[in-house]
Design a protein around this ligand. Structure first.
Ligand SMILES: Nc1ncnc2c1ncn2[C@@H]1O[C@H](COP(=O)(O)OP(=O)(O)OP(=O)(O)O)[C@@H](O)[C@H]1O
Ligand SMILES: [Mg+2]
Length: 332
């Protein structure tokens, strides 16, 4: 029997920005696989390359940015190098994205209904009445109690949580197989955040879609993701199943992030913040990108870029000192 293709296969992708003065990699060596029905969490601080990684999959990198090397295959089909026309057929229909930037999301001058039906009509050969019927069904499905009213509303008339549901409805309007959600709940309060996460999980269960969930907060992916990638300075630091990552975090950066999770029991602020700041992406250290903030760093870490090593089946870490790190006092 032929081996089934993964839903998405990203191999050694680098995203480079180039202008007259300089060139720098915002993402390098990005590799992962995503299966149908799987949720992959991508976690990292601001500037770690999460958005550029997802825009490279969508073929929507900003001007001056390009995929310098690597391969992005969707169901076995190479996406890098596809023409705009071919990519348009895939975007929205096969792969959808909930954008981090509001400017790329809802248009304030059109009603929710017109944006939703247009999104469906772009890809489906159906009449307007049928598109409206489907739009209302989508709004109902994402938990909007009065779909007719929201259909006729403008985005500015709705709450943040409601707008987020509308964006999910638009993203899922053509029943894509893969959804990329870039920080879908950052601007929302905690209760609404939990509702949106529940909704994404429900959509995965119902339609068996693959989801890439991007966040800077490990807490968000703790109950959601099947696998997690931890990124820092454009590099993958650690990749593991959710269980492995929380039971056996093997990169100092992951450990730092885990200790930053707010303690619910005491109501304290973040327990631990990693000291220092992320270096400028244009001026990253030669060796491990995290070495300037790492309490385990030795000379090698400053000199040599660490390779990914497998510390247990399916659990990879890019750290010269992973063995020592794993022996650190476990996280409470
Ligand atoms: N249009 C651009 N031109 C040049 N550099 C850019 C551009 N857009 C992003 N970058 C750089 O690429 C790097 C990665 O940015 P990216 O937006 O992917 O980070 P992120 O992990 O999504 O951060 P955040 O959590 O703040 O959304 C950053 O250092 C940023 O400065
Ligand atoms: Mg981002």
């Amino acid at each position: 029997m032929p081996v089934k293709e993964p839903l998405l296969e990203v191999q050694d992708v680098s995203v480079v920005f180039r202008n007259k003065k300089q060139a720098f990699a915002a993402v390098s060596g990005l590799s992962f696989q995503l299966e149908q029905g799987e949720i992959l969490g991508i976690v990292g601080e601001s500037g770690s390359g999460k958005t550029m990684a997802s825009l490279s999959i969508m073929g929507l990198l900003p001007e001056q940015g390009f995929v310098d090397c690597g391969s992005i295959r969707y169901r076995g089909k190479e996406l890098i190098g596809l023409s705009d026309r071919e990519m348009c057929k895939i975007r929205g229909k096969e792969i959808s994205m909930i954008f981090q930037e509001p400017i790329m999301s809802l248009d304030q001058v059109f009603t929710v209904g017109s944006q939703l039906t247009e999104a469906i009509l772009t890809h489906e050969k159906i009449g307007r009445a049928e598109a409206k019927r489907r739009s209302l069904a989508m709004l109902r499905m994402v938990g909007i109690p009065s779909p007719e009213r929201v259909f006729a509303s403008y985005p500015f008339e709705l709450s943040g949580g409601m707008c987020q549901r509308v964006m999910i409805a638009i993203a899922l309007g053509c029943h894509p197989n893969l959804l990329i959600a870039d920080e879908p709940t950052t601007a929302l309060d905690v209760t609404v955040q939990a509702q949106i996460m529940d909704l994404l999980k429900k959509m995965r269960d119902q339609f068996n879609i693959g989801i890439i969930l991007i966040t800077h907060d490990l807490d968000v992916v703790k109950d959601m993701a099947d696998r997690i990638i931890v990124m820092y300075g454009g590099n993958m630091m650690e990749v593991a199943s959710r269980e492995q990552l929380f039971a056996n975090p093997s990169h100092p950066y992951t450990r730092g992030l885990l200790r930053s999770i707010p303690r619910l029991d005491t109501g304290n602020e973040r327990l631990f913040n990693i000291e220092g700041t992320v270096p400028d992406i244009r001026n990253m250290p030669r060796g491990c990108h995290f070495c300037t903030r790492c309490w385990h760093a030795e000379e090698t870490c400053h000199e040599k870029h660490p390779q990914m090593i497998e510390v247990e089946p399916g659990h990879y870490v890019s750290c010269h000192r992973a063995e020592v790190v794993q022996k650190e006092v476990p996280i409470p």
